[in-house]
Design a protein around this ligand. Structure first.
Ligand SMILES: O=C([O-])CC(=O)C(=O)O
Ligand SMILES: [Mg+2]
Length: 221
């Protein structure tokens, strides 16, 4: 069989890790009554969390409060450990619009019991992802409008200029502890406006004039 070169524009098929940053927007930290972090809050999703347009977001049977979180995803093109902030953008191949689907009731229970967020954040279809956006199409990732609608109603509308920790800072910080590899994805946190979704809802999200995507919500059988 002929070897075919892997194409970064299908990074979700590579089986690489998804590193998520939490509480990176003060307005979202406040709406959930969390303190403003002094260091990035990190958690992971497995690559089995990816879902692409055309397939539904599945509500796990154990949650009664599934939330949307619209986020800018940063796709790593060149791996590294202890990457200095000044070189961080050289490690970026591009971007993707992502949702960090969250079982909020399970997360609340995990928080109160001091347990990890895995079942709240890492279940199948917890990471809907848009087409790959090459880096050249987003010259200033620190000034992008992100929005999300549920059944045509605007729920989230924020700007990446509100991030507490910048993309270069996050790449540098994460790579001090977790080696970044080509094809990894960093979810950079959500602005305010998170809310519950139900079976049969239609979610639409976009990055200003760059990309839009839509997903239907279904119940898991
Ligand atoms: O669950 C949370 O609120 C943390 C998080 O992912 C975010 O801020 O994007
Ligand atoms: Mg999030």
């Amino acid at each position: 069989m002929a070897m075919t070169a892997r194409n970064i524009s299908q990074f979700w098929e590579w089986g690489r890790k998804i590193i998520c940053v939490g509480r990176n927007y003060a307005d979202h930290a406040k709406e959930l009554k969390n303190a403003i972090p002094t260091e990035p809050v990190l958690f992971l999703k497995p690559p089995s969390a990816y879902v692409r347009e055309g397939s539904p977001i599945l509500v796990p049977p154990y949650t009664g409060n599934l939330h949307h979180e619209v986020e800018l995803g940063v796709v790593i093109g060149k791996g590294g450990t202890a990457i200095p902030q000044a070189a961080a953008m050289e490690h970026v191949a591009g971007y993707a619009l992502c949702l960090d689907m969250t079982a909020r009731d399970i997360q609340d229970e995990c928080k109160s019991r001091g347990l990890p967020w895995t079942l709240a954040k890492a279940f199948n279809t917890s990471c809907p992802v848009s087409d790959f956006i090459p880096k050249e199409r987003i010259p200033d990732p620190a000034n992008l409008n992100l929005w999300l609608k549920v059944n045509e109603q605007l729920r989230q509308n924020g700007s990446t200029s509100q991030m507490i920790f910048s993309i270069p800072y996050l790449i540098s910080y994460i790579s001090d502890f977790i080696t970044l590899e080509e094809g990894d994805l960093i979810l950079t946190g959500t602005p305010k406006g998170v809310s519950a979704v139900q079976e049969h809802d239609e979610l639409q999200a976009g990055i200003q004039d760059v990309v839009t995507m839509s997903f239907r919500v279904d119940r898991q059988d």
